[in-house]
Write a protein that binds this ligand. Structure first.
Ligand code: ADP
Ligand code: MG
Length: 418
């Protein structure tokens, strides 16, 4: 073999080796591509699953978020409804004194307008006794339970509040405000007063009726002997004495009879009473007297349906109107007397107000005019208003005295309606 043949053989070997290498490389490239293709398909499936799961989770989260928001809204609505439906007044104040919550009942009880501006509770409430109770809780962080506070008379319908103030603490136990709940105790107080009056009237009746009877018997005897003595048979200078004894026995007899009428237990003959007609009739009875003095008696307003004892109620209004006219005539004033009635359907009451333009009842006598035998009149019995009070109380009502717009007396009778 020559060198050319050897060179050719060597060249062929090199080409063969190169071709083998190329083939191997191509095969590797194909297999790598296939592998890549296969692994690419698997990766796609994974990411698809992942995104589906993610979307699912997002949808679920959104639904949960909506449900939570709806629950929060419902619970906010419920607490709003509870706060506004509470019959008690509710006040929530911060440590800075700012009113955070004030429900409609609180506004009603405090006579505040619906859209009263929020601010410091001292200014907003306008009731020092209530503000002081909240001050106390905020200053020492201690709860105040069912305290009764008295409100100044005449300012608003309520005269007593029952108050509970609880301190508000945050999660760290720091005081940051107070919750004040208050209710109107006026009706409870009036019921207590009614009961107390009924009991004391019953006691007075029981204690005194026996003595009064004994008195009346003794007086009847004195009166009888007095009538047996013939003044004509006496020396002239003794005659005035026997007349005095007779007159005094008669007048004492009347007092005792009146007192026994007052002291005896009230037995009501109940029926439906047309209060308007009743007041009209009573006014008619005393109008002649008022007109004789140049004055008048007027009846006006709305009268509610009442169940009561017609005879006793007539006696009540007659006593009140007569007192009004007597007060005016006693002070030489032309009597202008008005009977004005209003009905409170919410409270179920009818309030009859008798106003006159007389001298009025002095402040210091107001507690006493309903007591038996209190009179400022020369020939008064002092039993008229005591009887009025007894009759009104036995009808589960109440009577009070004040000042009329004309500066005279205002007597007010409140009776429950049916
Ligand atoms: N309308 C009135 N104006 C002023 N004072 C009154 C009026 N009504 C009652 N009073 C006072 O109350 C007192 C008690 O009244 P009352 O019990 O009816 O007894 P009396 O009429 O016999 O004095 C009266 O004496 C009077 O001082
Ligand atoms: Mg009288």
């Amino acid at each position: 073999m020559n060198t050319n043949a050897l060179a050719f053989l060597g060249l062929t070997g090199i080409v063969g080796a190169l071709a083998g290498l190329l083939m191997f490389a191509t095969l590797r490239i194909f297999s790598a591509a296939r592998q890549r293709q296969q692994s690419g398909r698997a990766g796609g499936a994974d990411s698809d699953t992942l995104s589906v799961a993610l979307e699912d989770a997002i949808v679920r989260l959104r639904a949960q978020e909506r449900a939570t928001a709806a629950r929060a809204e419902a619970s906010e609505r419920l607490s709003g409804e509870i706060i506004s439906s509470l019959t008690s007044g509710l006040l929530v104040v911060g440590l800075d004194g700012h009113v955070r919550i004030m429900n409609p009942s609180a506004r009603r009880l405090l006579d505040l307008p619906d859209a009263s501006p929020a601010g410091n509770y001292h200014d907003v409430i306008g009731e020092p006794a209530l503000s002081q109770t909240i001050d106390e809780c905020l200053s020492n962080g201690r709860a105040i339970l069912r305290r009764t506070i008295h409100l100044p008379e005449g300012k608003r319908a309520a005269s007593r509040f029952g108050v509970t103030v609880s301190p508000l603490f945050d999660g760290a136990g720091q005081l940051h405000g107070a919750v004040c709940l208050f209710t109107d105790l006026t009706a409870v107080q009036q019921l207590e007063e009614q009961l107390r009056l009924k009991q004391s009237l019953a006691t007075v009746g029981e204690l005194t009726a026996g003595i009064a009877h004994e008195f009346r018997n003794g007086l009847a005897t004195i009166h009888g002997y007095g009538r047996l003595i013939d003044p004509a048979a006496l020396p002239p200078n003794f005659r005035p004495y026997i007349e005095g004894i007779r007159a005094e026995a008669v007048s004492l007899g009347e007092i005792v009879t009146n007192f026994l009428n007052f002291a005896k237990p009230a037995q009501l003959a109940l029926s439906d009473v047309d209060l308007r007609m009743l007041c009209d009739r009573v006014a008619e009875d005393v109008r002649t007297e008022a007109r004789a003095l140049g004055g008048d008696v007027t009846v006006q307003g709305e009268f509610g349906p009442i169940q009561g004892d017609e005879v006793l109620l007539r006696q009540t209004f007659s006593n009140l109107l007569r007192n009004a006219i007597e007060a005016c005539s006693g002070a030489s004033i032309t009597p202008q007397v008005t009977v004005d009635s209003t009905v409170d359907t919410k409270r179920g009451t009818c309030t009859v107000t008798i106003d006159d333009n007389g001298p009025g009842v002095p402040e210091q006598a107001r507690d006493r005019i309903f007591q038996p035998f209190f009179t400022s009149k020369k020939h008064g019995t002092g039993l008229g208003l005591a009887l009025v009070q007894k009759i009104v109380v036995s009808h589960n009502g109440r009577v009070s005295v004040g000042t009329s717009p004309a500066g005279g007396a205002r007597l007010q009778v409140v009776l429950p309606t049916i």
